[in-house]
Ligand binder design. Structure first.
Ligand code: SF4
Ligand code: SF4
Length: 351
C-alpha cells in the first residue's frame, strides 16, 4: 500500500459494549459522542492536501459511527483504512460487500468475552465472512486479569473454525470490585494487602502469568506463520511480549511520529502521537501541518509502543528502557485520554 501518513483516528466516544477497562464505560451517557457528522467536511479534509492517508479507525466502536459505510466508501476512493472493532454489529456484512479489501490494510477484532454473554457464534460468523471476502483480519483477546482464565477455552473454540487467537496485554489499572467498600478501607491500611485492591499492568503480571502469555503468543505465532503480520503493519501483535515488564521509554530518541504518523480526536484535532499532544492542526475545521522532520521523543512513556517501534528513526539502536506504568493523573502516568477528550467535547458544546 502506498500511503504518505498513517493517521490514528478515534472516531467516537461511543460503544454498545461497556467493558470495565474502557474509558467509555465510566462516561456519563450524555457525554458519549457517536461521531462528527459533516461528511463533506470530513472527506474534504482528507482529500484537500495531496496526502494519501492510511486511516487507522478506532474509538469507541467505529462501526457505530453515523453513516460509517458511506464514510468508508468515500474515504477508500483515495485513501486506505485499518479498523479496530468489537465486530458486534450487523453492518459488518454490508461493509464486507461494499468495500474493496484492497483498500483495507487489516481489521483487528477484539473478543471482549464477557460483553457477549459468552456467545461467540455471531463473532465467528463475521470473522469467517470477512475472511471469505479477502479482508486481512486479526483476532485478539485482552489479557485483563480477571479474563485471562478464559483465553485457552476461547482459543480452542476459534482454532476449530480456523481462526488464530492472539493474546493482547492489558495496559492500565485493575481494581478489585468484588469486596465490600468497608473491607477495602480496612485493607488499605496494610501496604502488603494493597495489591489485592489495585494493580497496574503490564508490570504486575505474575511470573506465572507471563510464562502463560509467552506460551500463548509463541503458539499463535507458530500457527500463523512468519508472514502473518507484514513488516508494514503497525498493530503487529507479535511484538506484544516485548513489553511484558513495562512500557518503553524512548525519550530523546528521534521519532517520525508527527511526520509519518499522526493521531486525531473525534473532532478532527490532530496531535503528534498518543503520548505527545503537540497540536498540528484540525483536519475538519482548518489545516493540518505535519512536522517536517523526525524530532526527539519527549514523552516519559510511549503509551502505544506499536507506533514508537514503527516510527522511531532507529528502533534497534540503543537500549530499550521499560518503565512501570504509573497511575492515571500522576506525572508521566497513563495519559488521561478520557479527561482530554471530555475537555474537547466541552469546548465543542460551548461553540
Ligand atoms: S468494545 Fe472496545 S470500545 Fe467498546 S467498551 Fe469495550 S474496549 Fe471500549
Ligand atoms: S516514541 Fe512513542 S511517544 Fe515518543 S514520539 Fe514516538 S510514538 Fe510518540
Amino acid at each position: 500500500m502506498n500511503y504518505t501518513i498513517e493517521l490514528v483516528w478515534l472516531l467516537n466516544l461511543f460503544c454498545n459494549f461497556r467493558c470495565k477497562y474502557c474509558f467509555t464505560s465510566t462516561m456519563d451517557p450524555s457525554e458519549l459522542f457517536q461521531g462528527y457528522t459533516n461528511m463533506d467536511r470530513m472527506i474534504d479534509g482528507f482529500n484537500r492536501n495531496g496526502i494519501t492517508w492510511l486511516v487507522h479507525m478506532s474509538g469507541g466502536e467505529p462501526f457505530l459511527f453515523p453513516n460509517f459505510l458511506e464514510l468508508c466508501q468515500k474515504l477508500s476512493r483515495n485513501h486506505y483504512m485499518s479498523i479496530n472493532t468489537n465486530l458486534s454489529t450487523d453492518n459488518v456484512f454490508e461493509f464486507g460487500r461494499r468495500i474493496d479489501p484492497e483498500r483495507v490494510k487489516y481489521i483487528q477484532a477484539s473478543v471482549h468475552l464477557r460483553q457477549r454473554g459468552g456467545g461467540l457464534d455471531d463473532f465467528i460468523r463475521r470473522v469467517i465472512f470477512l475472511k471469505s471476502r479477502r479482508f486481512k483480519i486479526f483476532v485478539s483477546y485482552l489479557m485483563y486479569p480477571e479474563d485471562m482464565v478464559g483465553f485457552e477455552k476461547t482459543f480452542q473454540r476459534f482454532i476449530r473454525e480456523g481462526i488464530i487467537l492472539f493474546p493482547k496485554l492489558y495496559r492500565g489499572v485493575w481494581r478489585n470490585e468484588f469486596l465490600h467498600p468497608g473491607i477495602k478501607r480496612r485493607m488499605r491500611r496494610f501496604s502488603r494487602l494493597r495489591p489485592l485492591l489495585k494493580r497496574t499492568y503490564p508490570q504486575n503480571y505474575s511470573e506465572r502469568e507471563k510464562r502463560f502469555i509467552r506460551f500463548f503468543y509463541e503458539r499463535s505465532l507458530r500457527l500463523a506463520g512468519d508472514d502473518y503480520f507484514d513488516s508494514d503493519c503497525t498493530s503487529d501483535l507479535s511484538k506484544e511480549t516485548k513489553w511484558l515488564d513495562g512500557v518503553p521509554d524512548w525519550r530523546g530518541r528521534l521519532c517520525y511520529a508527527g511526520v509519518r504518523s499522526l493521531r486525531m480526536d473525534p473532532w478532527g484535532k490532530v496531535t503528534r502521537c498518543h503520548s505527545e499532544h503537540r497540536v498540528l492542526g484540525n483536519l475538519f475545521e482548518g489545516e493540518v501541518r505535519p512536522m517536517e522532520e523526525a524530532e526527539p521523543c519527549k514523552s516519559r512513556i510511549c503509551y502505544c509502543p506499536y507506533y514508537g517501534e514503527r516510527y522511531l528513526v532507529d528502533p534497534s539502536g540503543g537500549e530499550v528502557k521499560t518503565r512501570e506504568l504509573p497511575d492515571k493523573g500522576q506525572p508521566g502516568g497513563i495519559p488521561d485520554f478520557e479527561g482530554q477528550l471530555l475537555k474537547e467535547a466541552d469546548k465543542v458544546k460551548a461553540i
